[in-house]
Design a protein around this ligand. Sequence first.
Ligand code: PRX
Length: 625
Amino acid sequence: MSNIQKYKEFYKQSMENRDDFWQEQAKMIDWDTPFDSVLEYNNPPFAKWFHGGTLNLCQNAVDRHLADRGDQNAIVWVSTEEDKEVNITFAQLHKQVNEAAAVYKSLGVEKGDRILIYMPMIPQAVVAMLACVRIGAIHSVVFGGFAAHALASRIDDATPKVVVTADAGLRGGKTIAYQPLLDASYQQITITPPKVLLVNRGLAEGALGEGKYDWDEQMAKCAGQIVDPVMVESSHPSYILYTSGTTGTPKGVQRDTGGHAVAMRASMKHIYDLQPGETMFTGSDIGWVVGHSYIVYAPLLTGATTILYEGLPIRPDPGIWWSLIEKFKVSVMFTAPTAIRVLKKTGTDLINKYDLTSLRTLFLAGEPLDSETHRWISDALPGNVVDNYWQTETGWPILTNFAGIGLMENKFGSPTMPAYGFDVMLVDESTAEPVAANEKGSLMIKAPLPPGCMTTIWGDDKRFVETYFSRFGKEMYATFDYALRDEDGYYFIMGRDDDVINVAGHRLGTREIEEVLCKHSSVVEVAAVGVKDELKGQEVVAFVVSSDQTEAASESDLKALVSREIGAIARPKNIYMVSGLPKTRSGKVLRRAIRSMAEGEDPGDLPTIDDASVLESIIATIKKG
Ligand code: PRX
């Protein structure tokens, strides 16, 4: 059978014999109580996978490997920022998560409580996550590159009992002190300030005071303690991960426990093809979904070794990642296309310098992988390169090629075909009718979503249904991406249809940026858009209308405001001061026209525009630079 036939057969099983298919996958996970039904779906679109089963995620990721793999590395931490390397075996990880779980308990954390983790890429961050799920608490990791306002809105929404943080992160040799950012966010929150557990790396001031506890001190107090994993229902939330959408308020993507565990473990087998005992290197951050899934949960659930990397891909030189592959005999690597585009600039010498024969497959996801970069890296590496498309919401690939089934031929520019369990549909944006081959349509997924996908928005079931299942009824989940499918069944992603943008693989909402800019007293109105960038995929550009009453803010003040409140990744590349924004007669900002102009294109025909004269003034401002 050819690989494409094998794939089609496998995919068909997942659609036609859904329950048997997932029953089989669920065998790769340890259950404390077996589930009664594979899927309970009596309240669409809320899917309860493996209903009635109980399990513990940490027990599955750590404890169950102790007998056979106690001395195997679970985590290899490499920091090119601190010039350090630390190996942590499964036995050591077990000890650390037990102690951290004991610390949480001593701070009053119970099953169902939230713990917010605002940490750099250090092993304590992974320990903090696993210790959380060990006691049935729910973690919410906030990307260490986010700043005060972004942090505060997430703290307010998740209402955590404890915030786990560090004195500082490091990036490109620069120290980023976290405490001033956390303090600034505590000025903005409206809830009772959560307790703080602080990992002191000795990099910056980290004053301990009322409600603040030192990680090492607390761990020492709990040394040697064993905390039995709390068995939770399959649908019990394992974590919340905030992501951007159309409004300024981030959405807490909530993931269950049983479906998540099964999906992660199964994806290692069928998609990534990583065997227990092998090593995976995911160049991402634990603050993003790729980090949750493929730095932490999937490799550890598989009994594989995961490399946790703190640093840039180009320091001390752009060969650093390839050197790690050689040194640790990495079998599977995962990162974002931007990283490869950055490395591409330096050519192939630094790739050829290392023995990369252990690397079977490099997976790339998070933003469009342009054909040119896909071709370049495929030629440069001895192994395969796979583009896969998915979202924070799904937690694992929607469209991909399958190393575990047998790779099908790659088409550059295409993330190949739907993953088992995903009933993908391409429909006309206005009629919901399926589109023909090679025609652009909205990418939808027929409900129920498979195991591992978001189960709701934290604390807001209504928003979950209204956001994702309202376009064409509760039967269809909207991805907010356009796509087309060619005559061979290969999919091509054609970009988002909402205000979500993607800067260097980092998902950002333009509304959140606009809200922060509007905080400045001189700003009356703002439109932030994503414009094409060769390296980063997209960059932020903002158009600002200032008040006549106050002194206008400078461009650099406004850029600094965004860095301070959201983080450097959201800092606009350009800010243009304009006299007005193009709007419809009903007052809706014509964002698409603004984006076209920012990209140097004609805004096109705008029959609904209220005052066309603002267009000329915007074009003139952009031209001036
Ligand atoms: O627009 C799609 C784009 O990134 C969005 C999801 O981003 P995030 O929630 O951060 O999850 C990333 C998980 C890998 C999608 O809606 N996107 C993701 N992967 C691809 C992609 N666009 C094109 N090709 C991809 N492979």
